[in-house]
Design a protein around this ligand. Structure first.
Ligand SMILES: Cc1cc2nc3c(=O)[nH]c(=O)nc-3n(C[C@H](O)[C@H](O)[C@H](O)COP(=O)(O)O)c2cc1C
Length: 404
């Protein structure tokens, strides 16, 4: 597995050399990125010699106008080629940059472009570690789904005793293996995921649609791919980048979405229907733009194909997860959907609440499984919710396998 080892400018930077070796012994191909401050403590040559790869030391390393035009920009390429970003030592400065989206060097820019697993191993003086600013940044990063390997307590380089010491490199490497192994728990699965709204044409220039941004479905697709699944993402019209490792099929209307889902159903072992498919479509839209001549106009709408129900009828041994976006009676609506559409679980969210649901970066959900009690997922960034949904899908998969 490819990993980026980001080295910050802390006194513990020397331990990162041993960490690079420990990671390689565990089968990781290590690409080192050093900040300018890190190079004050240890030289890039050490990492280049240990890893057998050129160390990235700056945002503008080797970048000429020609090289940028000829290939993708290096930090974007590094983000796409690697599944894991481990930063050790993560200085107070780096934590602040990551938490606040500052991108003024290679490592902080890579962090923003990175969609894989992020593991941060902070190390600093005890007073710095306990400072409210650092605490707030760590909390923010944890809530975003970044893994934090807490520092050890002990005698620090500055002569004081307390929390702040970088843990043993062997321990960080073992934790990295454990965290990345958890994330490969969808290996062997093919997941078909739908996301976004559909657009039902009124005429060649107008359409009926809804407020779905596609962010939740894309987050589930990204998480499933990171966790080792083969992912086919059937996306309505949205303004989102395709997550790494995901095969994307773009569609516009409900009928097109239905056709794409049914075409890929034979390959799927799990189907997650996060799209907000229009319930009604315009009957026989004209080929030409409707002119503004009438004082009033009405449009006849007819029901779209019920994709969830059709997948439910052809479910076989697949796991089927539906989504319910409601403005009231969430649990009863989710349960009704599960029964009538033959789902194994319905993920419900109240789209009327400010700050969560359509268009937001955060969500709060209730998972209603076929067996067992509903599970409330507290408000969190959509990538965190996506992984929690997948954890529950896995529980269903294990229960089915063990005949439970
Ligand atoms: C001798 C020395 C040791 C330092 N050790 C640490 C440290 O362990 N942790 C930390 O967060 N900052 C430490 N700093 C401060 C950082 O080097 C400084 O904040 C720098 O801007 C970090 O840059 P970077 O985050 O881009 O690597 C140390 C500074 C010096 C001069």
């Amino acid at each position: 597995m490819n990993i980026v080892l980001g080295v910050g400018g802390g006194i513990a930077a020397y331990k990162a050399a041993e960490l690079a070796r420990a990671l390689m012994e565990r089968g990781f191909a290590v690409q080192t990125v050093m900040t300018a401050a890190a190079q004050q403590f240890i030289t890039p040559l050490t990492f280049a010699a240990l890893t057998g790869r050129k160390v990235i030391t700056g945002l503008f390393d080797g970048q000429t106008a020609d090289s940028v035009l000829a290939s993708s920009v290096e930090h974007i390429r590094a983000a796409q080629e690697n599944q894991t970003l481990l930063v050790a030592p993560a200085t107070a400065d780096l934590l602040a940059k990551f938490a606040n989206g500052i991108a003024d060097d290679f490592l902080s820019t890579l962090y923003l472009a990175f969609t894989g697993t992020v593991i941060l191993a902070p190390a600093m003086n005890t007073q710095m570690w306990l400072h409210p600013a650092v605490r707030a940044n760590v909390d923010k990063l944890r809530a975003r789904g970044n893994h934090i390997i807490d520092p050890d307590s002990g005698l620090l380089a500055c002569g004081t005793t307390g929390p702040g010491r970088l843990p043993d490199p062997a321990y960080i490497a073992a934790e990295t293996s454990r965290i990345t192994a958890i994330r490969r728990d969808f290996e062997g699965e093919t997941v078909v995921i739908t996301a976004g709204p559909t657009q039902e044409p009124i005429d060649p220039v107008r359409y009926v649609s809804n407020r779905s941004s596609g962010k939740m479905g894309f987050a589930v697709a990204a998480a499933a791919a990171q966790r080792g699944a083969r992912v086919i993402l059937v996306a309505g019209p949205v303004n989102l980048a395709t997550p790494p490792g995901v095969t994307r099929v773009d569609v516009e209307s409900a009928v097109q979405m239905r056709d794409a889902v049914m075409a890929h159903l034979p390959e799927a072992s799990i189907v997650i229907k996060a799209a907000a498919v229009a319930d009604y479509t315009v009957e026989n839209p004209p080929d030409q733009k409707i002119k503004k001549t009438m004082a009033k106009m009405s449009i006849d709408l007819s029901p779209t194909p019920d994709i969830l129900a059709e997948v439910g009828r052809n479910k076989g041994t697949r796991i089927l997860v539906g989504f319910a976006a409601e403005t009231q009676n969430l649990v009863s609506e989710a349960r009704r959907k599960m029964e009538t559409k033959n789902c194994d679980m319905v993920a419900g969210n109240l789209v009327s609440q400010a700050g969560i649901g359509f268009g937001s970066d955060e969500n709060e959900m209730i998972l209603v499984p076929r067996t067992g009690e509903p599970v409330k997922l507290a408000q969190a960034p959509k990538p965190v919710i996506a992984n929690q949904i997948l954890d529950h899908v896995l529980k269903i998969r294990l229960a089915v396998r063990s005949g439970g």
